[in-house]
Write a protein that binds this ligand. Sequence first.
Ligand SMILES: Cc1ncc(COP(=O)(O)O)c(C=O)c1O
Length: 459
Amino acid sequence: MTTLPKPRQPELKTSLPGPKTAAIMERDSQHLSTSYMRPYPFVPDHGEGVWLTDVDGNTMLDFFAGIAVSTTGHAHPHVVRAVQEQVTRFTHVCLTDYPQEITTSLAERMVRHVEKPGEKWRVFFGNSGAEAVEAAVKLARNHTGRSHIISTIGSFHGRTYGAITLTGSKTKYKRGFGPLLPNVSHVPYPNPFRPPLGATAGTCGQAVIDHIEGLFQTIIPADEVAAIIIEPMQGEGGYIVPPADFLPKLRSLCDRHGIMLIFDEVQAGMGRSGKMYSFQHFDGQNGMNCQPDIITVAKGIASGMPISAMLAKESVMTWPVGSHGSTYGGNPVAAAAAHATLDLLEGVVKHSGCGDSLMENAAQVGEFIMAELKAMQAEFPFIGDVRGAGMFIGLEFVMPDGRPDGKLRDAASMAMFERGLLNLDCGEAVIRISPPLILTREEAATGLEIMRDALRALK
Ligand SMILES: Cc1ncc(COP(=O)(O)O)c(C=O)c1O
């Protein structure tokens, strides 16, 4: 086993935006797509560990990891070495036509985290989360011979046509792009902090199940439903953790009606929640099972190299030869980065100061961050809710009457940024905390101090 050296901790300095940043942002605004958002004046130059330095020399603490992607931090030596080695061997052949050992072994490795005795899984590799979602929906339709897909309100599944149809978080993703995919319906997500359907935190899981069964009686014939797709912990919609009984009940509902259950683990998966897949927080609890039929992963899988995976039970992956593929999917350089990322997540290679594995570190340091944020609620009553698992943490801002306060969230997010903390919003009034999983307790404390300072400035 290799133990890697602890990265140097750069000094935090901030004067934003600097002249080089401003100049690049101006050129960017002239030549890049008008669809790109530019919420913060930051242009990265290089990174090390949990720190990113911009082109003007400002070093920021990264609490968003490129939207939950940079699991192993920036320029992790183990990942860099793996990529460099693979680049010198071959960079592309095309997995659709030729096997390559590096992706074969990656698939073998990934299914080990979901397979149960007597149940084999298979993997299809793509390049992005949206591609994994497209593959999942195509497979579910092909396997069942049914067409209808049920998704959730607040969900995010990507930007391709199928994926935006499934997405239920913001209308801006759909406006002007129709017609979208037919036969897609959305049901509420059981959010314990804002329970839908007139339910309570404790009953909202059952209420959503009853709602779906109601739809099957009135609007959607259950035997025409191919799949229910859901994020086991909702990301873009506000970093929401459903009640413990919900996913097992959803599994039973799917079993009753022959429906494929797809868990979109693109944001919460790959160790971020403290377990490899976030549904595993609920699977096997109180004797209840919520093993899905299909899983989609991307983001944290390869420390920023573009690769995604759609995992399915062997009994479900029945689509015929040639029916689906991808030129770049499962690219060997990205696969090498995924192996190196898994080495660190699983603890085959240790990262100094992060316990036995990055997954363990995500659980432990995440618990510390969550406890500290909960303690902060006493000082800052506008923090209505702190929730999550591992390093998948949401902080919801509320008005005195409890309604979501998006304006205050925006001000808080900017105040944190100005003090050197990269962060990102989600939901209506939530800041998501999704740092690299190599974040140590000391680095977490630095980030929390910046947050406290920013929130005090708001008061
Ligand atoms: C849960 C979930 N699914 C799918 C996607 C789409 O991934 P990508 O942007 O890589 O296509 C995202 C991206 O944020 C996501 O959070």
